[in-house]
Design a protein around this ligand. Structure first.
Ligand code: FES
Length: 194
């Protein structure tokens, strides 16, 4: 085998291994596109300039991720079924009313949002800062079966959040996922501006 062939075989093995690992980890792997937003210049972004995103193409139940101040912002178009879980999951949550949560006053409601159908939260675990996975699959056996109403799961140390980013009791994370300042005008979401 030539040296080039050897490298190719090795590379193929690595790719296959990566694919298998992703398949195993992504039990409910949900395609989560990092979307291209209307980003400000690097200088303006450093100063905290707002990021604008048209959410008209986001499908029901889908999550996209936009970047704001270097952080991932999870944007989920919630379905009626998802909204219906917000009440049922309450007894399992540490801070269901978001009393200790970092979030704007105008999102102090059960769904922690301006519009019930659109969730906007920071995708940064409040334990040690890992990025939680989007796991909308209600009843997932690996996340507690009947006690899992769909939401976000942090693979680092097992913290769980509901579909409003509210943290479950008995997990390492101490707080709900923060909600950034944002506004919505029609289908235009502006993160970083109330
Ligand atoms: S960083 Fe998320 S559970 Fe520890």
């Amino acid at each position: 085998m030539s040296q080039a062939e050897g490298v190719n075989v090795k590379r193929r093995r690595v790719l296959i291994a990566s694919t298998a690992a992703i398949g195993a980890a992504g039990v409910a792997a949900v395609a989560t596109p990092f979307v291209r937003s209307w980003y400000p210049s690097a200088k303006a972004e450093a100063a905290g300039a707002a990021v604008v995103q048209d959410v008209s193409s986001v499908e029901e139940g889908q999550m996209i991720v936009v970047k704001y101040r270097g952080k991932p912002i999870f944007v989920v178009k919630r379905t009626e079924e998802m909204l219906a879980t917000l009440e049922s999951v309450t007894p399992l949550l540490l801070d269901p009313d978001s009393d200790a949560s970092l979030q704007p006053e105008y999102t102090k409601n059960q769904g922690r949002s301006i519009e019930p159908g659109l969730l906007v939260v920071e995708g940064v675990c409040t334990h040690l800062g890992c990025a939680p996975n989007y796991r909308p699959d209600v009843g997932a056996a690996d996340l507690g079966g009947n006690d899992w109403y769909g939401g976000f799961f942090c693979p680092c140390h097992g913290s769980k959040y509901d579909i409003a980013g509210r943290v479950y009791s008995g997990v390492p994370a101490p707080l709900n996922l923060p909600v950034p300042d944002y506004s919505i005008s029609g289908t235009i979401l502006t993160v970083g501006e109330a």
